[in-house]
Design a protein around this ligand. Structure first.
Ligand code: DI6
Ligand code: FE
Length: 415
Protein backbone atom coordinates (compact mmCIF):
# COMPACT_ATOMS: atom_id res chain seq x y z
CA UNK A 1 0.00 0.00 0.00
CA UNK A 2 1.77 3.10 -1.17
CA UNK A 3 -0.10 6.12 0.02
CA UNK A 4 2.55 8.76 -0.48
CA UNK A 5 3.15 11.10 -3.38
CA UNK A 6 0.05 10.36 -5.41
CA UNK A 7 -1.86 13.06 -7.16
CA UNK A 8 -4.17 13.29 -10.10
CA UNK A 9 -2.16 14.16 -13.13
CA UNK A 10 -4.69 13.51 -15.85
CA UNK A 11 -2.20 12.01 -18.28
CA UNK A 12 1.25 10.61 -18.65
CA UNK A 13 2.79 9.23 -15.49
CA UNK A 14 1.05 6.51 -13.53
CA UNK A 15 -1.43 7.99 -11.10
CA UNK A 16 -3.32 6.37 -8.29
CA UNK A 17 -6.24 8.70 -8.70
CA UNK A 18 -9.54 6.87 -9.14
CA UNK A 19 -13.08 8.04 -9.57
CA UNK A 20 -16.32 6.31 -8.61
CA UNK A 21 -19.10 7.70 -10.83
CA UNK A 22 -22.80 7.18 -11.27
CA UNK A 23 -23.39 6.69 -7.54
CA UNK A 24 -25.84 7.91 -4.93
CA UNK A 25 -23.94 9.20 -1.94
CA UNK A 26 -24.97 9.30 1.70
CA UNK A 27 -22.03 11.51 2.69
CA UNK A 28 -22.99 12.31 6.31
CA UNK A 29 -21.28 15.63 5.65
CA UNK A 30 -22.52 17.68 8.63
CA UNK A 31 -22.76 20.82 6.53
CA UNK A 32 -25.52 19.14 4.47
CA UNK A 33 -29.00 18.20 5.71
CA UNK A 34 -29.89 14.74 7.00
CA UNK A 35 -27.70 12.01 5.60
CA UNK A 36 -25.99 14.45 3.24
CA UNK A 37 -27.44 12.73 0.19
CA UNK A 38 -26.06 13.46 -3.25
CA UNK A 39 -27.97 11.90 -6.17
CA UNK A 40 -25.85 11.41 -9.33
CA UNK A 41 -22.73 11.65 -7.22
CA UNK A 42 -19.06 10.90 -7.67
CA UNK A 43 -16.08 10.35 -5.40
CA UNK A 44 -12.53 11.06 -6.51
CA UNK A 45 -9.66 9.54 -4.56
CA UNK A 46 -6.01 10.43 -4.59
CA UNK A 47 -3.27 9.13 -2.32
CA UNK A 48 -5.80 7.04 -0.42
CA UNK A 49 -7.80 10.10 0.57
CA UNK A 50 -11.01 11.59 -0.73
CA UNK A 51 -10.18 14.46 -3.07
CA UNK A 52 -13.78 15.15 -4.09
CA UNK A 53 -17.24 13.89 -3.05
CA UNK A 54 -20.29 15.53 -4.54
CA UNK A 55 -22.41 15.90 -7.68
CA UNK A 56 -20.76 14.23 -10.65
CA UNK A 57 -21.39 17.42 -12.63
CA UNK A 58 -18.99 19.25 -10.29
CA UNK A 59 -16.15 16.70 -10.57
CA UNK A 60 -12.93 18.68 -11.08
CA UNK A 61 -11.51 18.29 -14.58
CA UNK A 62 -8.22 17.10 -13.07
CA UNK A 63 -9.95 13.73 -12.64
CA UNK A 64 -11.39 13.46 -16.12
CA UNK A 65 -8.77 10.91 -17.20
CA UNK A 66 -8.43 9.04 -13.91
CA UNK A 67 -9.30 5.37 -13.70
CA UNK A 68 -13.07 5.17 -13.37
CA UNK A 69 -15.48 2.81 -11.63
CA UNK A 70 -19.09 2.94 -12.81
CA UNK A 71 -21.28 2.31 -9.75
CA UNK A 72 -24.44 1.64 -11.78
CA UNK A 73 -26.43 3.94 -9.52
CA UNK A 74 -25.48 2.07 -6.33
CA UNK A 75 -25.48 3.77 -2.95
CA UNK A 76 -22.19 4.64 -1.26
CA UNK A 77 -21.82 5.30 2.46
CA UNK A 78 -18.72 5.95 4.54
CA UNK A 79 -17.02 2.75 5.71
CA UNK A 80 -18.69 1.50 8.87
CA UNK A 81 -17.01 2.09 12.23
CA UNK A 82 -17.60 -0.32 15.13
CA UNK A 83 -16.54 1.91 18.02
CA UNK A 84 -17.04 -0.50 20.96
CA UNK A 85 -15.94 -4.14 20.89
CA UNK A 86 -14.25 -6.71 23.11
CA UNK A 87 -13.30 -8.69 20.01
CA UNK A 88 -10.09 -10.13 21.46
CA UNK A 89 -11.19 -12.89 23.82
CA UNK A 90 -10.66 -16.61 24.24
CA UNK A 91 -13.33 -19.25 24.00
CA UNK A 92 -16.98 -18.43 24.44
CA UNK A 93 -19.74 -18.67 27.02
CA UNK A 94 -22.28 -20.72 25.07
CA UNK A 95 -22.48 -23.18 27.95
CA UNK A 96 -23.54 -20.39 30.32
CA UNK A 97 -26.12 -19.39 27.76
CA UNK A 98 -27.54 -22.92 27.94
CA UNK A 99 -27.57 -22.79 31.74
CA UNK A 100 -29.43 -19.49 31.64
CA UNK A 101 -31.95 -20.90 29.17
CA UNK A 102 -32.46 -23.72 31.65
CA UNK A 103 -33.26 -21.17 34.35
CA UNK A 104 -29.95 -20.49 36.12
CA UNK A 105 -29.34 -16.92 37.31
CA UNK A 106 -26.21 -14.89 36.59
CA UNK A 107 -25.30 -15.18 40.26
CA UNK A 108 -25.51 -18.97 40.22
CA UNK A 109 -23.41 -19.06 37.07
CA UNK A 110 -20.81 -16.73 38.59
CA UNK A 111 -20.65 -18.81 41.77
CA UNK A 112 -20.02 -21.89 39.64
CA UNK A 113 -16.92 -20.17 38.21
CA UNK A 114 -18.66 -18.70 35.17
CA UNK A 115 -19.25 -15.13 34.09
CA UNK A 116 -16.51 -12.73 33.24
CA UNK A 117 -14.02 -14.68 35.39
CA UNK A 118 -14.33 -17.67 33.07
CA UNK A 119 -13.33 -15.44 30.14
CA UNK A 120 -10.38 -14.18 32.19
CA UNK A 121 -9.24 -17.75 32.86
CA UNK A 122 -9.56 -18.62 29.17
CA UNK A 123 -7.63 -15.55 28.02
CA UNK A 124 -4.84 -16.13 30.52
CA UNK A 125 -4.48 -19.70 29.26
CA UNK A 126 -4.34 -18.59 25.62
CA UNK A 127 -1.18 -17.49 23.82
CA UNK A 128 -1.00 -14.27 21.84
CA UNK A 129 -1.09 -16.41 18.68
CA UNK A 130 -4.21 -18.20 19.95
CA UNK A 131 -5.90 -14.84 20.55
CA UNK A 132 -5.07 -13.59 17.07
CA UNK A 133 -6.34 -16.83 15.53
CA UNK A 134 -9.58 -16.78 17.54
CA UNK A 135 -10.26 -13.13 16.88
CA UNK A 136 -9.77 -13.06 13.10
CA UNK A 137 -13.06 -14.84 12.19
CA UNK A 138 -14.99 -12.35 14.32
CA UNK A 139 -13.17 -9.46 12.71
CA UNK A 140 -13.79 -10.97 9.28
CA UNK A 141 -17.53 -11.05 10.00
CA UNK A 142 -17.46 -7.31 10.72
CA UNK A 143 -15.29 -6.56 7.68
CA UNK A 144 -17.63 -8.52 5.39
CA UNK A 145 -20.40 -6.08 6.29
CA UNK A 146 -18.36 -3.01 5.40
CA UNK A 147 -16.57 -2.19 8.64
CA UNK A 148 -13.34 -0.30 7.91
CA UNK A 149 -12.47 0.86 11.45
CA UNK A 150 -12.90 -1.17 14.62
CA UNK A 151 -12.17 -0.47 18.26
CA UNK A 152 -10.93 -3.37 20.40
CA UNK A 153 -10.72 -3.33 24.20
CA UNK A 154 -8.62 -5.40 26.56
CA UNK A 155 -10.22 -6.27 29.90
CA UNK A 156 -10.10 -10.08 30.07
CA UNK A 157 -6.46 -10.22 31.16
CA UNK A 158 -6.72 -8.18 34.36
CA UNK A 159 -3.02 -8.39 35.13
CA UNK A 160 -0.12 -6.69 33.42
CA UNK A 161 1.13 -9.63 31.41
CA UNK A 162 -2.27 -10.65 30.12
CA UNK A 163 -3.58 -7.16 29.37
CA UNK A 164 -0.40 -6.53 27.36
CA UNK A 165 -0.91 -9.85 25.56
CA UNK A 166 -4.46 -8.96 24.57
CA UNK A 167 -3.49 -5.48 23.36
CA UNK A 168 -0.53 -6.83 21.41
CA UNK A 169 -2.88 -9.32 19.75
CA UNK A 170 -5.23 -6.45 18.83
CA UNK A 171 -2.35 -4.44 17.36
CA UNK A 172 -1.12 -7.47 15.40
CA UNK A 173 -4.54 -8.05 13.91
CA UNK A 174 -4.38 -4.60 12.36
CA UNK A 175 -1.48 -5.84 10.23
CA UNK A 176 -3.30 -8.99 9.13
CA UNK A 177 -6.43 -7.40 7.70
CA UNK A 178 -7.21 -4.28 5.71
CA UNK A 179 -8.91 -2.46 8.58
CA UNK A 180 -7.96 0.27 11.04
CA UNK A 181 -7.85 -0.95 14.65
CA UNK A 182 -8.04 1.40 17.65
CA UNK A 183 -7.13 -0.23 20.93
CA UNK A 184 -8.50 0.61 24.37
CA UNK A 185 -7.04 -0.42 27.73
CA UNK A 186 -9.88 -1.71 29.92
CA UNK A 187 -7.91 -2.87 32.96
CA UNK A 188 -10.71 -1.60 35.24
CA UNK A 189 -13.24 -4.05 33.79
CA UNK A 190 -13.63 -6.48 36.69
CA UNK A 191 -11.82 -7.50 39.84
CA UNK A 192 -9.62 -10.54 39.17
CA UNK A 193 -10.04 -13.43 41.63
CA UNK A 194 -6.48 -13.21 42.98
CA UNK A 195 -7.24 -9.75 44.44
CA UNK A 196 -9.59 -11.40 46.96
CA UNK A 197 -12.12 -8.61 46.84
CA UNK A 198 -9.63 -5.76 47.32
CA UNK A 199 -10.79 -3.25 44.73
CA UNK A 200 -8.64 -0.40 46.08
CA UNK A 201 -5.48 -2.48 45.73
CA UNK A 202 -6.46 -3.50 42.20
CA UNK A 203 -7.11 0.09 41.12
CA UNK A 204 -3.68 1.00 42.56
CA UNK A 205 -2.23 -1.73 40.35
CA UNK A 206 -4.14 -0.55 37.27
CA UNK A 207 -2.89 3.00 37.82
CA UNK A 208 0.61 2.28 39.10
CA UNK A 209 1.66 -0.76 37.11
CA UNK A 210 -0.64 -1.86 34.31
CA UNK A 211 -1.41 1.47 32.65
CA UNK A 212 2.24 2.63 32.71
CA UNK A 213 3.28 -0.66 31.06
CA UNK A 214 0.59 -0.33 28.40
CA UNK A 215 1.51 3.31 27.74
CA UNK A 216 5.24 2.52 27.60
CA UNK A 217 4.61 0.09 24.75
CA UNK A 218 2.18 2.46 23.04
CA UNK A 219 -0.42 -0.29 23.08
CA UNK A 220 -3.53 1.77 23.80
CA UNK A 221 -5.24 4.66 22.05
CA UNK A 222 -7.68 5.23 24.94
CA UNK A 223 -8.55 4.08 28.46
CA UNK A 224 -11.95 2.67 29.48
CA UNK A 225 -13.53 1.29 32.65
CA UNK A 226 -16.68 -0.41 33.92
CA UNK A 227 -18.40 1.85 36.44
CA UNK A 228 -21.03 -0.30 38.12
CA UNK A 229 -22.01 -1.85 41.44
CA UNK A 230 -20.56 -5.18 40.29
CA UNK A 231 -17.40 -3.48 39.01
CA UNK A 232 -15.83 -0.14 40.04
CA UNK A 233 -17.15 2.98 41.77
CA UNK A 234 -17.07 6.50 40.32
CA UNK A 235 -14.28 7.37 42.78
CA UNK A 236 -12.21 4.41 41.63
CA UNK A 237 -12.84 5.29 37.98
CA UNK A 238 -11.82 8.90 38.61
CA UNK A 239 -8.40 7.64 39.73
CA UNK A 240 -8.02 5.68 36.51
CA UNK A 241 -9.08 8.68 34.43
CA UNK A 242 -6.59 10.97 36.20
CA UNK A 243 -3.84 8.47 35.47
CA UNK A 244 -4.91 8.20 31.81
CA UNK A 245 -4.64 11.96 31.56
CA UNK A 246 -1.11 11.87 32.95
CA UNK A 247 -0.23 9.46 30.14
CA UNK A 248 -1.92 11.68 27.55
CA UNK A 249 -4.62 9.11 26.75
CA UNK A 250 -8.28 9.98 26.13
CA UNK A 251 -10.92 8.21 28.22
CA UNK A 252 -14.27 6.44 27.75
CA UNK A 253 -16.58 4.68 30.18
CA UNK A 254 -19.02 1.77 30.45
CA UNK A 255 -21.57 3.88 32.28
CA UNK A 256 -25.02 3.44 33.79
CA UNK A 257 -25.57 0.02 32.17
CA UNK A 258 -27.26 -1.76 35.08
CA UNK A 259 -27.86 1.10 37.54
CA UNK A 260 -27.42 4.85 37.73
CA UNK A 261 -24.09 5.57 39.42
CA UNK A 262 -23.92 8.85 37.44
CA UNK A 263 -21.21 7.39 35.25
CA UNK A 264 -22.26 9.51 32.26
CA UNK A 265 -21.73 12.70 34.27
CA UNK A 266 -18.41 11.37 35.56
CA UNK A 267 -17.23 10.62 32.04
CA UNK A 268 -18.32 14.06 30.85
CA UNK A 269 -16.55 15.75 33.76
CA UNK A 270 -13.35 14.06 32.58
CA UNK A 271 -13.89 15.15 28.98
CA UNK A 272 -14.46 11.56 27.86
CA UNK A 273 -14.69 10.78 24.16
CA UNK A 274 -17.72 8.61 24.91
CA UNK A 275 -19.92 7.13 27.58
CA UNK A 276 -21.30 3.75 26.59
CA UNK A 277 -24.45 1.67 27.36
CA UNK A 278 -26.31 4.42 29.35
CA UNK A 279 -29.57 2.55 29.97
CA UNK A 280 -29.93 4.22 33.40
CA UNK A 281 -28.53 7.67 32.53
CA UNK A 282 -30.65 10.59 33.78
CA UNK A 283 -31.22 14.07 32.38
CA UNK A 284 -28.34 15.63 34.32
CA UNK A 285 -26.06 13.00 32.77
CA UNK A 286 -27.32 13.78 29.28
CA UNK A 287 -26.85 17.51 29.85
CA UNK A 288 -23.30 16.99 31.10
CA UNK A 289 -22.49 14.86 28.06
CA UNK A 290 -23.88 17.48 25.68
CA UNK A 291 -21.79 20.19 27.33
CA UNK A 292 -18.61 18.13 27.20
CA UNK A 293 -19.17 16.79 23.68
CA UNK A 294 -19.09 13.23 25.02
CA UNK A 295 -20.67 10.80 22.53
CA UNK A 296 -23.41 8.41 23.74
CA UNK A 297 -22.52 4.93 22.46
CA UNK A 298 -25.72 2.90 22.23
CA UNK A 299 -25.23 -0.88 22.55
CA UNK A 300 -28.49 -2.71 21.78
CA UNK A 301 -26.81 -6.14 21.56
CA UNK A 302 -26.11 -6.22 25.30
CA UNK A 303 -29.57 -4.85 26.11
CA UNK A 304 -31.13 -7.60 24.00
CA UNK A 305 -28.93 -10.46 25.16
CA UNK A 306 -29.30 -9.86 28.90
CA UNK A 307 -33.00 -9.13 28.40
CA UNK A 308 -32.70 -5.69 29.98
CA UNK A 309 -35.96 -3.75 30.02
CA UNK A 310 -34.72 -0.22 30.75
CA UNK A 311 -33.95 1.52 27.46
CA UNK A 312 -31.25 4.18 27.07
CA UNK A 313 -32.81 7.67 27.08
CA UNK A 314 -32.53 8.33 23.35
CA UNK A 315 -35.11 11.13 23.53
CA UNK A 316 -33.08 12.95 26.21
CA UNK A 317 -29.95 12.64 24.09
CA UNK A 318 -31.81 14.11 21.12
CA UNK A 319 -33.28 16.95 23.14
CA UNK A 320 -29.94 17.96 24.61
CA UNK A 321 -27.99 17.46 21.39
CA UNK A 322 -25.84 14.53 22.52
CA UNK A 323 -24.24 12.76 19.55
CA UNK A 324 -25.23 9.08 19.41
CA UNK A 325 -23.11 6.23 18.07
CA UNK A 326 -24.21 2.59 17.69
CA UNK A 327 -21.84 -0.35 18.23
CA UNK A 328 -21.85 -4.14 18.64
CA UNK A 329 -20.17 -4.44 22.09
CA UNK A 330 -19.01 -7.79 20.66
CA UNK A 331 -18.09 -9.80 23.78
CA UNK A 332 -18.56 -13.41 24.95
CA UNK A 333 -20.73 -12.62 27.99
CA UNK A 334 -23.39 -10.07 27.17
CA UNK A 335 -23.25 -9.43 23.43
CA UNK A 336 -21.90 -12.25 21.24
CA UNK A 337 -22.74 -10.11 18.24
CA UNK A 338 -20.53 -9.51 15.21
CA UNK A 339 -22.99 -7.84 12.84
CA UNK A 340 -23.09 -4.07 12.80
CA UNK A 341 -25.99 -4.19 10.33
CA UNK A 342 -28.10 -6.25 12.73
CA UNK A 343 -27.04 -3.91 15.53
CA UNK A 344 -28.54 -0.99 13.61
CA UNK A 345 -31.80 -2.90 13.22
CA UNK A 346 -31.84 -3.48 16.99
CA UNK A 347 -31.16 0.21 17.72
CA UNK A 348 -34.11 1.15 15.52
CA UNK A 349 -36.51 -1.58 16.62
CA UNK A 350 -35.71 -1.66 20.34
CA UNK A 351 -34.86 2.02 20.98
CA UNK A 352 -36.72 3.90 18.25
CA UNK A 353 -33.60 5.34 16.67
CA UNK A 354 -34.20 6.63 13.15
CA UNK A 355 -32.50 5.29 10.03
CA UNK A 356 -30.45 8.47 9.87
CA UNK A 357 -29.41 8.14 13.53
CA UNK A 358 -28.46 4.49 13.08
CA UNK A 359 -26.36 5.16 10.00
CA UNK A 360 -24.75 8.32 11.39
CA UNK A 361 -24.18 6.26 14.55
CA UNK A 362 -22.09 3.66 12.72
CA UNK A 363 -20.18 6.19 10.62
CA UNK A 364 -19.67 9.83 11.63
CA UNK A 365 -20.65 9.58 15.30
CA UNK A 366 -18.76 6.31 15.81
CA UNK A 367 -15.68 8.03 14.38
CA UNK A 368 -16.28 10.89 16.81
CA UNK A 369 -16.49 8.40 19.70
CA UNK A 370 -12.98 7.25 18.75
CA UNK A 371 -11.57 10.75 18.30
CA UNK A 372 -11.20 10.03 14.57
CA UNK A 373 -13.89 12.24 13.06
CA UNK A 374 -11.30 14.33 11.22
CA UNK A 375 -9.98 11.18 9.52
CA UNK A 376 -12.94 8.90 8.75
CA UNK A 377 -16.72 8.64 9.19
CA UNK A 378 -17.99 10.87 6.37
CA UNK A 379 -17.46 11.26 2.64
CA UNK A 380 -15.64 14.59 2.70
CA UNK A 381 -12.47 15.77 0.99
CA UNK A 382 -9.35 15.19 3.07
CA UNK A 383 -10.65 12.10 4.85
CA UNK A 384 -9.42 8.58 4.20
CA UNK A 385 -11.16 6.99 1.21
CA UNK A 386 -12.94 4.34 3.29
CA UNK A 387 -16.38 3.62 1.87
CA UNK A 388 -18.88 0.94 0.93
CA UNK A 389 -20.92 0.35 -2.24
CA UNK A 390 -24.25 -1.26 -1.41
CA UNK A 391 -26.80 -3.21 -3.47
CA UNK A 392 -29.77 -1.39 -2.02
CA UNK A 393 -32.51 0.90 -3.29
CA UNK A 394 -32.52 3.23 -0.29
CA UNK A 395 -30.38 3.65 2.85
CA UNK A 396 -33.22 2.41 5.09
CA UNK A 397 -32.59 -1.11 3.73
CA UNK A 398 -29.32 -1.23 5.69
CA UNK A 399 -31.27 -0.86 8.92
CA UNK A 400 -34.41 -2.76 7.92
CA UNK A 401 -33.06 -6.16 6.97
CA UNK A 402 -31.97 -8.80 9.47
CA UNK A 403 -29.26 -11.30 8.56
CA UNK A 404 -28.73 -10.15 4.99
CA UNK A 405 -25.55 -8.57 3.71
CA UNK A 406 -25.93 -6.21 0.72
CA UNK A 407 -22.26 -5.16 0.45
CA UNK A 408 -21.25 -4.83 -3.21
CA UNK A 409 -17.71 -3.57 -2.58
CA UNK A 410 -15.73 -2.31 0.37
CA UNK A 411 -13.10 0.31 -0.40
CA UNK A 412 -10.38 1.11 2.10
CA UNK A 413 -7.82 3.83 1.56
CA UNK A 414 -9.01 4.01 -2.04
CA UNK A 415 -8.60 0.30 -2.88
N1 DI6 B 1 -20.33 -4.52 30.16
C1 DI6 B 1 -20.73 -5.60 29.50
O1 DI6 B 1 -21.83 -5.78 29.07
C2 DI6 B 1 -19.57 -6.48 29.32
N2 DI6 B 1 -18.54 -5.73 29.95
C3 DI6 B 1 -19.03 -4.62 30.41
O2 DI6 B 1 -18.32 -3.81 30.99
C4 DI6 B 1 -19.69 -7.82 29.92
C5 DI6 B 1 -18.50 -8.62 29.58
C6 DI6 B 1 -18.63 -10.09 29.94
O3 DI6 B 1 -19.58 -10.52 30.60
O4 DI6 B 1 -17.74 -10.83 29.51
FE1 FE C 1 -18.49 -3.27 26.50
Amino acid sequence: MSEAKTEAKGSGAKTEARVWRNARLATFDPSLDGMGIVEKGAIAVSGGRIAFAGPEADLPSAFSRAETVDCDGRWITPGLVDCHTHLVHAGNRAHEFELRLAGASYEEIARAGGGIVSSVKALRAASEDDLVRETLPRLDALIAEGVTTVEIKSGYGLDTENELKALRAARRIAGLRDVAVRTTFLGAHALPPEMNGDKAAYIDKVVGEMLPAVAAEGLADAVDGFCEGIAFSPEEMAKVFDAAKRHGLPVKLHADQLSNLHGAALAAAHGALSADHLEYTDEAGAQAMAKAGTVAVILPGAYYFIRETKKPPVELFRRHGVAMAVATDANPGTSPLTSLLLTMNMAATLFGMTVEECLAGTTREAARALGLVDEVGTLEPGKWADFVLWDIGRPAELVYRMGFNPVHARIRRGH
